[in-house]
Design a protein. Structure first.
Length: 140
């Protein structure tokens, strides 16, 4: 529907500011849809959703699904994608809360590693670079 709406707006011959604003709003919605489509099917199944009949998630729900512990396929790019989604959150309070939640989930991703002592031949700087938190920081 969004793509069809965008096509209709492009068919309008006038390039008025209202048309441009509407196209920008549609583009933002399409970006959110693309983020939702990138949620792995396994994660959707773990939360009880059939991949072919998924509801439209809110931005906070998408962020949580991209960064949750159940998402075993999450990489640093999943977390940066979640950080990008913060631009689509309406209130500053919710945005701040979600920002903290994203970073917390990145830290907790490797919680077992924090408790494991280093082996004699392990380089601490290499171990740190392999932690999700620092991989996300490197990508940003």
């Amino acid at each position: 529907m969004l793509c069809l709406s965008k096509l209709c707006y492009h068919a309008v011959s006038s390039a008025s500011p209202s048309v441009e604003e509407s196209l920008a709003a549609i583009d933002l919605c399409l970006q959110v849809v693309a983020h939702q489509e990138s949620i792995p099917e396994e994660v959707l199944a773990q939360f009880g959703y059939a991949p072919d009949t998924v509801k439209v998630f809110s931005v906070p729900e998408i962020i949580r699904m991209k960064t949750c512990q159940e998402n075993t396929e999450a990489t640093e790019f999943s977390f940066t994608s979640a950080l990008d989604l913060l631009d689509h959150v309406d209130t500053d309070d919710e945005r701040s809360s979600l920002l903290l939640e994203i970073w917390l989930m990145a830290i907790l991703r490797d919680q077992d590693r924090y408790l494991t002592p280093l082996a004699d031949n392990e380089d601490p700087s290499l171990v740190i670079q392999d932690l999700m938190f620092f991989r996300v920081v490197d990508v940003i």
